[in-house]
Design a protein around this ligand. Structure first.
Ligand code: SF4
Length: 363
């Protein structure tokens, strides 16, 4: 998840962001000066079941036919989203070679529009997450989701490189979970992968963030993408020492148009590993109780992803095909094109204790 650089945003959008954040310019400059802040936020809302109204054309035939009709109506109903990932910008300060949400646009919705979309999702009864942006922009969305929408859980996924302690001081109380991406505890491997920015040490920063999560009462999570360069690594000790509530372990995934194919901004083929390699990595870490594995198949259909225009991205055909924006057609019309597989979502353990109020956290 990535954060846009203000100077690279369309002027109107930059103005809207600045207008939305006026009066906070000091903080804004601080947030913007280090260029980008890659974050992503998963925000679970109360469960919602899209229930379609009984069809007036339902035949009054025998019981079996009525059951079939009800089944057809259930099949046509929109999926039941309990968590959505909102990637509010595609800009990022890292250059991970396998990135599958690349900087194809620099668009970021004005804050008010993003709020409107989030409120629409809330109204539809689902949950959502979101991607990175400026510290203040993200902070305000997190605060809005927690305070005004009263979502049970708000989380951010980020590479963590631009999160500062002052952000925790100001917004930590509204955040349930902070997930930081870390693929290796060997800094040389991180550099090889592209998971880094100049001289900053990604692993040192990870430890700093872990400590702030303790101090400010935010649950800490780690996401790792297993690829050709880290597949042999033994991370047992480091993960146990960091003691995250959840360690998501993804198998490196190819997405046409993002990290593979002619119009892609990355060529991730050299990072890809076989299912057997992935299984071996999992086996090496079977004693880590918080490990949650995600194979390619699980990843493709089991996420509700909103892009920077608030369009659902359907990954079923191996590429990201956008729906219309929920801001234009509403949640229910857009979500039908999301490709979301609710069974797979539940199967991968997508629904878990995600509100810090419900966690027994050992800070
Ligand atoms: S995978 Fe790397 S480059 Fe892509 S958004 Fe995440 S941190 Fe940025």
């Amino acid at each position: 998840m990535q954060l846009g650089v203000l100077c690279r945003l369309p002027l109107a959008v930059a103005r809207a962001v600045l207008a939305a954040l006026r009066g906070r310019l000091g903080a804004l400059c601080w947030s913007l000066s280090p260029l980008s802040l890659p974050l992503s936020l998963p925000l679970p809302l109360p469960g919602w079941r899209g229930v379609s109204a009984p069809s007036p054309a339902a035949p009054a035939g025998p019981r079996r036919e009525r059951e079939r009709q009800r089944q057809r109506e259930r099949d046509d109903a929109p999926p039941t989203p309990t968590s959505v990932n909102y990637h509010f910008t595609r800009q990022c300060n890292y250059k991970c070679g396998f990135c599958f949400h690349t900087a194809k646009t620099s668009f970021v919705l004005p804050l008010e529009e993003a709020r409107r979309g989030l409120a629409m999702l809330k109204e539809a009864g689902e949950s959502y997450g979101g991607a990175s942006s400026f510290g203040e922009f993200v902070g305000k969305l997190v605060q809005f989701c927690k305070q005004e929408l009263k979502l049970p859980s708000v989380s951010i996924v980020s590479n963590g490189s631009l999160i500062r302690e002052r952000w925790f001081k100001k917004y930590g109380e509204y955040l349930d979970i902070l997930a930081i991406s870390c693929d290796s505890f060997d800094e040389n491997v991180n550099v090889l992968i592209g998971r880094g920015q100049g001289k900053k040490n990604h692993v040192e920063n990870l430890h700093k963030l872990r400590q702030w999560c303790r101090e400010y009462g935010v649950a800490f999570k780690i996401n790792s993408v297993i690829n050709r360069f880290n597949v042999e690594e033994d991370m047992n000790e480091q993960i146990k020492a960091l003691n995250p509530v959840r360690w998501k372990v993804f198998q490196c995934l190819l997405i046409e148009g993002e990290n593979t194919g002619e119009d892609a901004l990355r060529e991730a083929e050299k990072f890809v590993i076989s299912d057997e390699d992935f299984e071996q990595f999992l086996d090496r870490h079977k004693d880590v109780s918080c490990l949650v594995p995600e194979s390619n198949q699980k990843m493709r259909d089991s996420y509700l992803i909103l892009d920077e225009y608030m369009r659902f991205l359907n990954c079923r055909n191996g590429r990201k095909e956008p729906s219309k924006s929920i801001l234009d057609v509403g949640v229910e019309a857009a979500i039908k094109f999301s490709g979301f597989d609710e069974k797979m979502f539940l199967n991968r353990g997508g629904k878990y204790v995600w509100s810090k109020a419900d966690m027994k956290l050992d800070w």
